[in-house]
Write a protein that binds this ligand. Sequence first.
Ligand SMILES: CC(C)(COP(=O)(O)OP(=O)(O)OC[C@H]1O[C@@H](n2cnc3c(N)ncnc32)[C@H](O)[C@@H]1OP(=O)(O)O)[C@@H](O)C(=O)NCCC(=O)NCCS
Length: 175
Amino acid sequence: MTPTWSVRRLHVLDDAQIEGLADVLNDCVNGGASVGFMHPLTRERALAFWRRVAQGVAAGERALLVAEDAQGLCGTVQLVLDQPENQPHRADLSKMLVHRRTRRQGLGAALMRAAEATALDCGKTLLVLDAVTGGDAARLYERLGWVRVGAIPGYALMPQGGLCSTTVFYRELVG
Ligand SMILES: CC(C)(COP(=O)(O)OP(=O)(O)OC[C@H]1O[C@@H](n2cnc3c(N)ncnc32)[C@H](O)[C@@H]1OP(=O)(O)O)[C@@H](O)C(=O)NCCC(=O)NCCS
């Protein structure tokens, strides 16, 4: 089946893209995803988050990938490129978000593959991320060959409250 979305890297974000990313983030938090925010996530907090990300992207500290379909932005993932001077080869993979309207069609996997290719383009050969233990995202990362390091119990709160365990993953990239 031909995908209904396309993935690209943004180097500069305009207001419409920031609004679209806030929509995706809100949808994920409303759907119960533990991605750094408590429910309810106000529009203002979501927009403030993406404005900070936009500054990091403009400064070259982050790489931002977005997916778009006919309705607008429907997915995103980031690489935190700015790392300590003794880890120039490493990046953190962060804020992998797919809108509920486009889930389970392979977009999450496509965003991960695009993020890995972007990381190599940026000279990164080691990626690290964490995800709720046993969740949809952790399953995706394992399926794509990421190596599970271990789980940290009680690491974060779910958006509606209640602690969850986080599993740390890494992936070595070969150019
Ligand atoms: C985790 C997340 C990014 C996955 O995105 P996604 O686009 O649904 O991912 P994929 O479509 O690549 O894979 C998801 C499932 O759909 C299945 N799938 C993929 N393409 C498919 C297709 N064409 N038809 C049917 N099923 C398909 C995959 O096999 C996978 O199955 P599984 O969950 O049983 O293992 C998404 O659920 C999400 O945004 N969650 C909320 C935010 C979040 O938790 N982010 C992670 C932070 S670490």
